[in-house]
Design a protein around this ligand. Sequence first.
Ligand code: ZN
Ligand code: FE
Length: 265
Amino acid sequence: MSFQIETLSALGENYIFLISDRDLGLATVVDPGDGKLVSKALKERELYLALILNTHHHPDHTGGNIALQEEFGAPVIGPMKEKGLIPGISRAVDGGDVVTFSTLRGKVLATYGHTDGHISYYFPQLKALFSGDTLFPFTCGRLDEGNTDQMWESLKTLRALPDDTQIFYGHERSETSAKFALTIDKDNEALKARAAEIVALRKQGKPPMPTLLGVEKKCNPFLRTDQADFRKVLAKSRIAPEDADPEAVFGLLRSAKDHFGQQKL
Ligand code: ZN
Ligand code: FE
């Protein structure tokens, strides 16, 4: 079986993903915010759409559901807790459920926080995680509906995946997120190196996709709030005492990020 994951840039700074089985000529789309763009991409690749996966209900992730469903008859799988908000939903899933496409099995992970029912899809055979608006390079999603405890739990769930997991995320804001991370963790060599890599890729107009979990674990402050070396950095710069709760530190960083350049992520 030859599977391929492709990243489509949409709606300014959103990403949509195609997982395709080239032998069968079929594809699954993850978070189709723009139906026309997906339809065109499928035609160019001579693929037929078999399945639509949504991570959460926001229109920039679900806006193309209906048009694609009408064109291809593809079922829509989305989060159980947001069932009423997902256009055209055929099957509602939550953490622990499994979705299938061709010979692939995708594990559904509950990653609440950005929205109340947000889910992520993990395909072990592809070493790929579709994290929607939960985990991004150097940051996590904004808390639109959920709270810091939920987001911290979600990040711990994702952090437990293998280090070589490729993370396919929903928006491109890597450069500003790197700047934020560097303001609080400026001597982190892994962070500096990855930030430089991303700046170089962006200069070439390429999406820095995917990012590796093993790299994020070293660079992303939101994955590091319970780690001793990072706690020392935070204490030294008087951001948080070394013995503060990881949840509290996480909440503090999230607020700081919200105010940093008035970011939306
Ligand atoms: Zn969103
Ligand atoms: Fe989004």
